[in-house]
Design a protein around this ligand. Sequence first.
Ligand code: ZN
Ligand code: ZN
Length: 303
Amino acid sequence: MVEPIGNAARTERIVLSGHVQGVGFRPFVYRLAKRHGLTGSVRNQLGEVEVIATGPADSLNRFEHELIDNSPPLSRPAIDSVEVITSTEYRDFTIDQSSAEADARIFVPQDFFMCDDCRAELHDPQDRRYRYPFINCTQCGPRYTLIESLPYDRPNTSMARFPLCPDCEREYLDPANRRFHAEPVACPVCGPQLTFVDRDDGSTSSAEDALSAALQKLHDGYIIAVKGIHRRLSPDVRCAQFHSGRRPALAQAPARQTACRYVPARRRRRTRCRSPLYGADAGGSGAVAKSGTADRAGDQERQ
Ligand SMILES: [Zn+2]
Ligand SMILES: [Zn+2]
């Protein structure tokens, strides 16, 4: 380790752990480094983030403080080590490829509920993701349920089979964009679409028609099984009757109050279901319940 002298330029290797992957942390580091006039790189390293930063000592000190104090809302970073290393000539600050070989602690990011920015786009008829159900950004959307291997990068997720369209690629590569390096980024042009399959007659429909068909079935009292871009099946909580002694199933509801109205869960279990951020289940608002099935259970809902 080299001891720095005064405010002379130096190069530091900063290793951060905690909730630092899948939460927009690398783009945040990139923008912060640019703002402080630093050069170097940032990359994921199997659960940790490694930052190499070159600049004056006081800029580096402010940079380190802001790495923690101004980190993205969903991140929980902690600085594991800061080491002054031999200076290397960097022309710019870059986001580098992840290191798949490093033997480090592994952190698997959670899924997050929709953020306010995405919700606004979802309801904006002028937006290209208007009513697009798979909308997401660095601050929301699926992570855990997409991951097929670590580190958390798009090629290691189930989104790898959806090549980005030019518009999404532009957002993904633009450091000023809120979807910069958002691994699950998608839109109606290049991302997954809703498909509805009617088990009775085998007919299929897609996009808005799929949603309408599913809603109609719910109104008719049928049970809808929902398969995401991961492996979960989510029966609608309003259409299931719950009995003890059956296999547990996952049921999702728009709010905890809705789930608690239909699911006879004990207080402790309800508490665990309350928060998508800190609850036991990473998949959003939901409830794990003893579930039976009732073909006409929807009749109860309408009464
Ligand atoms: Zn979002
Ligand atoms: Zn796209």
